[in-house]
Design a protein. Structure first.
Length: 365
């Protein structure tokens, strides 16, 4: 059984490296592909270390021992930020990781502590400040490796949650379906990791768990996740349109005119279930075409475009005295909003003031 499980780990490592290379070399959606490629590569490195440890590759010989101690295979702290920024780049293909956001990757230093500890120990031995073969340093590294998984798990969980919040703000994005699957995959893995992590951190149970099960219950699901991310993520990157590709004017102008008619005359925005696909179907164009028209030619997301019409209707009805018959919430729901917090945020973003401030400013009682 261990041979079979080890083979799965090894194949997963190989597939992960191949997928990462393909993503790095792809010329479409380079930012998203690079982020996903690094994410898969980090998973593959950690999986390879688990496999090679089980095979005893690093137990004998100077070079294997040096590789085992000086190559940081377990680089986990960047995984959470990579998930978050990958989702962000999928939702906005024009997104480029700004320099100020690179601070999210600084916690990688936690992953480098074991390697830095080995360097420090060898330096102290070289200067005669420590004796060779001092077991205390090895015990420290072993204990550290046990407990550093706690901030690792917390980091990935927090960033996955933050990425999910990003998705909720742009539910009509072209890649929304894939992103939901992507984040759910990580959520499932986080649950598996937690089930494995809790007994691992308890005194005594961690050793029993590793002696009887090894790391396979954790890393086999991770390999499955890596397989899926590599194949699905690469195929999706080839299917999505390249940002910046211009549409012909003969298609843009008629689409804009149809949109204005649908919103101004038929008032489709009043439908609280309106989404990109439904609006595209009503306009007689493909969802990708509609998204491109909105983003590149009108400079708005789907939600921004629709919510502008909804907010304008609320403003017009408030000026017309509708507040005497309906509450602000009632006006918001009749104009197509399906939640009051969403209405409040949209109204403030578009008008620059809250609905109550708008009424005071407009002299509406």
């Amino acid at each position: 059984m261990k041979v079979f499980l080890g083979t799965i780990l090894l194949l997963g490592c190989m597939q992960g490296v191949i997928a990462a290379v393909l993503l790095f070399r792809s010329k479409r959606h380079r930012q998203a592909n690079k982020l996903l490629g690094v994410l898969i590569l980090l998973i593959s490195l950690a999986t390879f270390k688990v496999y090679s440890n089980a095979q005893g590759w690093w137990d004998q010989g100077l070079i294997p021992i040096l590789i085992a101690n000086f190559v940081p295979f377990f680089i986990i702290m960047p995984v959470g930020p990579l998930v978050y920024f990958y989702v962000k780049s999928c939702l906005d293909p024009r997104f480029e990781l700004p320099r100020k956001d690179r601070r999210h990757f600084w916690p990688v230093l936690l992953d480098l502590v074991p390697v830095l500890t080995v360097f420090l120990y060898l330096a102290l031995v070289a200067f005669g400040m420590e004796r060779p073969n001092d077991a205390r340093w090895g015990v420290f590294i072993d204990d550290y490796n046990d407990y550093v998984d706690i901030p690792r798990w917390l980091s990935v969980t927090i960033y996955v949650w933050a990425a999910w919040r990003l998705l909720r703000k742009a539910p009509a994005a072209e890649a929304a379906r894939w992103i939901r699957q992507f984040l759910r995959g990580f959520m499932v893995f986080q649950c598996i990791w937690l089930v494995f992590l809790v007994p691992q951190e308890l005194p005594g149970s961690g050793d029993w768990l590793l002696d009887h099960l090894g790391w396979y219950p954790l890393y086999i699901p991770l390999v499955v996740l890596s397989y899926w991310l590599g194949i699905k993520g690469y195929l999706l990157s080839q299917a999505l349109p390249v940002p910046g590709t211009p549409l012909p004017v003969s298609l843009v102008q008629p689409t804009v005119q149809v949109l204005e008619r649908l919103m101004a005359e038929e008032k489709l925005y009043r439908n609280p279930d309106l989404n990109l696909s439904l609006l595209a179907s009503s306009a007689g164009v493909a969802p990708k075409t509609l998204s491109t028209v909105l983003n590149q030619h009108l400079g708005k997301s789907f939600n921004e475009y629709v919510n502008e019409y909804r907010v304008r209707e609320v403003q017009g009805r408030l000026r017309g005295g509708a507040s005497r018959d309906l509450t602000i919430a009632g006006l918001a729901y009749e104009s197509g909003f399906n939640s009051l917090p969403t209405f409040q945020r949209a109204f403030k973003a578009i008008s620059g003031v809250t609905p109550r401030e708008f009424m005071v400013k407009s002299g509406i009682e």
